[in-house]
Design a protein around this ligand. Structure first.
Ligand code: NDP
Length: 449
């Protein structure tokens, strides 16, 4: 009862200090539910108000981004960088360009990033940034001008030992190229200040595959721990961007049958399974032709379901890889009813609080995003290492390192997520506590800062 009261009063205070930031409240509540009881049994963290300090960003930068579109109109967007916590290393986290971007979304993402980055065991702090800019329908030149304008301001606040951004929704290889080109021009400095770069400009092998592959490696570990495997499993994926593409690739490699992919307009259902050849067609559609997923249905004569997410399709494994809060309680119930045994969250916080609770109660293998999609930032940290050393590791070496990192994250989740009276692992609790300890101990060592 006392635990509940303290959690309640902590959350009430947080909500009061950050009104209307619903996604941020959701992300903190999900962590606090596990961390408050942990702190109660480890009072050194309570005495130094670690959770109160950890939920207050180090700083938030908000800036105007002015640029000129192809019709010569002057346009203005809002840019952000939330530098959340650098206790264990330079700020690190992606940039998102999407019309929905606001402070609440970036604070939730930056907060999650602290725990995720800690879990990787690499020395990187947590941050997130982006703009309410909609890349959809923009020409290449417009994208370039926007990225350049965005970097004019951001360049003042980043550096290889200060803050190292990367991509996220709407920021892929093309945008990272434009952003880094502008940084290099302003700073007159060719340095590892952004990750996800192309191989010709200092990028790392396996970075583009890392989030999707890492998520599948994590689910593979959960299944192995439970005496099962990916071979022969029917897999539903949402999204068709970077994370979804390489989740699909690795699942196909490991003998899974991928039957769905989606974009924000709807999803395709390919009952026979998306093959490597069909996936190459999707990657070309999304990366080069900038088309819509419904074109796949026309090309390969399969079902296209407009305006819906794929969670009604019967599957063994589900990989939400599009955006936050894309699995609602009803979707969670449908997935469980249809026999789904594992969820690998490629996207950040794709399950609503109610859906996540339902998965935990149903005791299926539920890999929360901060553990499941940490492979992307882990390889970004390896890109930073390679940039600092001025050398490049090869693909096989990096794939081995990625697999090792995902296995270690899984082992930490098992260690801290064991439950009383059941063999089931609570991966949410495991990832929250394992991620918290390293950051909290570093904060303790600095004194009151
Ligand atoms: P991309 O921009 O490459 O792809 C995003 C995909 O999700 C697209 O298919 C897009 O469809 C769809 N999508 C985006 N927003 C919405 C929405 N509001 N509703 C429905 N569909 C949507 O992004 P990524 O693949 O990089 O990122 C996907 C998720 O993975 C995000 O949650 C991101 O934070 C997370 N993530 C990404 C990492 C990375 O390394 N890239 C690392 C860790 C997490 P459409 O084209 O129609 O917009």
């Amino acid at each position: 009862m006392a635990e509940q009261l303290e959690l309640d009063s902590f959350m009430k205070g947080l909500i009061k200090r950050n009104p209307d930031e619903l996604e941020f409240h959701q992300a903190v509540a999900e962590v606090a539910r596990d961390i408050v009881p942990f702190i109660q049994s480890n009072p050194k963290y309570a005495e130094e108000s670690i959770l109160e300090r950890l939920t207050e960003p180090d700083r938030i930068l908000i800036f105007r981004v002015s640029w000129v579109d192809d019709d010569n109109n002057v346009r203005a967007n809002r840019g952000y960088r939330v530098q959340f916590n650098n206790a264990i290393g330079p700020y690190k986290g992606g940039l998102r360009f999407h019309p929905s971007v606001n402070l609440s979304i970036l604070k939730f993402l930056g907060f999650e990033q602290i725990f995720k980055n800690s879990l990787t065991t690499m020395p990187i702090g947590g941050a997130k940034g982006g703009a309410n800019f909609n890349p959809r329908g923009k020409s290449d030149r417009e994208i370039m001008r926007f990225c350049q304008a965005f970097m004019i301001e951001l360049s003042r606040h980043i550096g290889p030992d200060i803050d190292v951004p990367a991509g996220d929704i709407g920021v892929g290889a093309r945008e990272v190229g434009y952003l880094y080109g502008q940084y290099k021009r302003i700073a007159n400095n060719h340095t590892g200040v952004i990750t996800g770069k192309s191989l010709t400009t200092g990028g790392s092998e396996i970075r583009k595959e890392a989030t999707g592959y890492g998520c599948v490696y994590f689910v593979q570990e959960m299944l192995k721990h439970a005496g099962n495997s990916i071979e022969g499993k029917i897999c539903a994926i949402s999204g068709s961007g970077n994370v979804a593409q390489y989740t699909a690739e690795k699942l196909i490699d490991l003998g899974g049958k991928v039957v769905t992919m989606s974009d924000s307009d709807g999803f395709i259902y390919d009952e026979n399974g998306i093959t490597k050849e069909k996936l190459a067609w999707i990657i070309d559609l999304k990366e080069n032709r900038r088309g819509r997923i419904k074109e796949y249905a026309q090309e390969f004569q399969v079902e296209y379901i407009q305006g819906k997410t794929p969670w009604s399709v019967p599957c063994d494994l589900a990989f939400p890889s599009a955006t936050q809060n894309e699995i609602h309680l009803e979707d969670a119930k449908t997935l469980v009813k249809n026999g789904c045994i594992a969820i690998g969250e490629g996207a950040n916080m794709p399950s609503t609080a109610e859906a996540a609770e339902y998965f935990l109660d149903a005791k299926l293998l539920y890999a929360p995003s901060k553990a499941a999609n940490a492979g992307g930032v882990a390889v970004s940290a390896l890109e930073m290492s390679q940039n600092s050393m001025r050398l490049s590791w090869d693909w096989e070496e990096l794939d081995q390192r990625l697999q090792g990192i995902m296995k270690r994250i899984h082992a930490s989740c098992v260690e801290h997520g064991k439950q009383q009276d059941t063999d089931a692992i609570n991966y949410v609790k495991g990832s929250n506590i394992a991620g918290f300890i390293k950051v909290a101990d570093a904060m303790l060592s600095y004194g009151v800062t």
